[in-house]
Design a protein around this ligand. Structure first.
Ligand SMILES: [Zn+2]
Length: 135
């Protein structure tokens, strides 16, 4: 009397599990393959994003240079204004060289010698300087 309840069912279940595992492995492999395929298809767009980010970085990098250029131009403008003020606006202006020379003689009489008259490139007049003329 060997009554095995559900005899054959363990083997069947085993086979079923095996089948199920095969199905799971197959499904998992398919999932892996699918995800790998997905990665493969996403790569170009990811690279495109990197390229876009790189290009945007290039644009961002060019802006500071542009600002630096603008700042340098403004500083040279301020320097120009300072030079102008020092060489022109802060000085007495004479309309002619002879007038400037008269003032130089007057200054020499008062003890201030070594003055020179020069034509001002800013106001087109004449100013006096204690520095020797360059030309
Ligand atoms: Zn001047």
């Amino acid at each position: 009397m060997r009554w095995v309840p559900g005899g054959g069912s363990p083997g069947g279940e085993g086979a079923g599990v095996g089948n199920c595992r095969d199905v799971v492995v197959g499904w998992f492999a398919g999932g892996l393959w699918g995800s790998m395929a997905g990665m493969g298809s996403r790569k170009p767009s990811a690279k495109a994003k990197q390229v876009a980010a790189f290009k945007s970085q290039l644009v961002d990098l060019s802006d500071p240079f542009a600002r630096e250029e603008t700042r340098r131009k403004r500083m040279s403008g301020e320097k120009e204004a300072a030079l102008r003020k020092k060489a022109c606006e802060s000085k007495n202006r004479y309309s002619s060289r002879s007038e400037a020379l008269i003032v130089i003689e007057e200054c020499a009489e008062h003890g201030t010698i070594g003055l020179h008259a020069y034509r001002c490139p800013y106001c087109d007049g004449w100013h006096l300087t204690s520095k020797p003329p360059r030309d």
